[in-house]
Design a protein around this ligand. Sequence first.
Ligand SMILES: C[S@@+](CC[C@H](N)C(=O)[O-])C[C@H]1O[C@@H](n2cnc3c(N)ncnc32)[C@H](O)[C@@H]1O
Length: 260
Amino acid sequence: MTGSNVSAWKEKFWSRPEEDPPWQLKTVHPKLEQEIGSLEAELRGGDKARKVYFVPCCGKSLDLKFLADRVKGDDVVIGCEGTEGAIRQFFKEQQLDFNVSEQSDNVLIFETPDKKLKIFCCDLFTLTPEILGTKVNRVWDRGSFVAFHDPETRKEYVGVIRGLLDEEFNYLLHTATAPGDLGDIDTPNSELGPTRIGSKEVESAFENFCQIRLLAHQENASLYDRLPDSLYRINVFMLTAKKSSDDRIKFWQVSCTNEL
Ligand SMILES: C[S@@+](CC[C@H](N)C(=O)[O-])C[C@H]1O[C@@H](n2cnc3c(N)ncnc32)[C@H](O)[C@@H]1O
């Protein structure tokens, strides 16, 4: 496995609880608020299963609570974060009660008493639907795909996420790219900041199983408060299940039959 770097993140960003990590927003992510309708939208063929939201590498993002406050019935929000301290900070700061259980030596589960929000404390690269107890069909990926600099690690990441996805899904992916070469402005001396990911990179990573749509983009955007403004282009993609060729044949058969 190439992906596991949880201890490096813990040491660099989560060892001082009095100081938020640089990517931390004090509000719900504006692009999630803006695109929530697309994320929640009914899946092709209707929502046969409950909505299972997944927030990979969730840190202590306020987006978890935003989503959990919206879910209905037995829908659920699942986060995954490698650093236990980050998860504990999340529950403390959001003043949420939680129960914690040990699924195995390497997996702790933090869960609200109403069971609408579960955060798995483990290495994302080890996750399987068996560990989660479900497949997922809604994904909000901000600062997760882009957190992995090495292209081989991102390939492995996509393989893990693909294994968690249900047949139909809405996957909202937030990436940033920058004009020209900004050097290491965002991550001095570190390999742990966001990778700048353009559309081509998203296509090559996801196109063999996803339809990819650019939902929104923003030029001259800032990534984090502490960075100079006006440097980034933010892209928000919607990834949905690619129709298999069998599906396409069925579609044409049905269309042709209807036309006769
Ligand atoms: C850039 S932050 C993004 C956090 C969150 N998505 C947000 O928008 O605020 C990436 C997070 O991924 C966590 N992380 C990094 N590698 C991980 C791994 N292999 N498994 C689980 N979490 C990981 C880090 O501890 C960090 O909290």
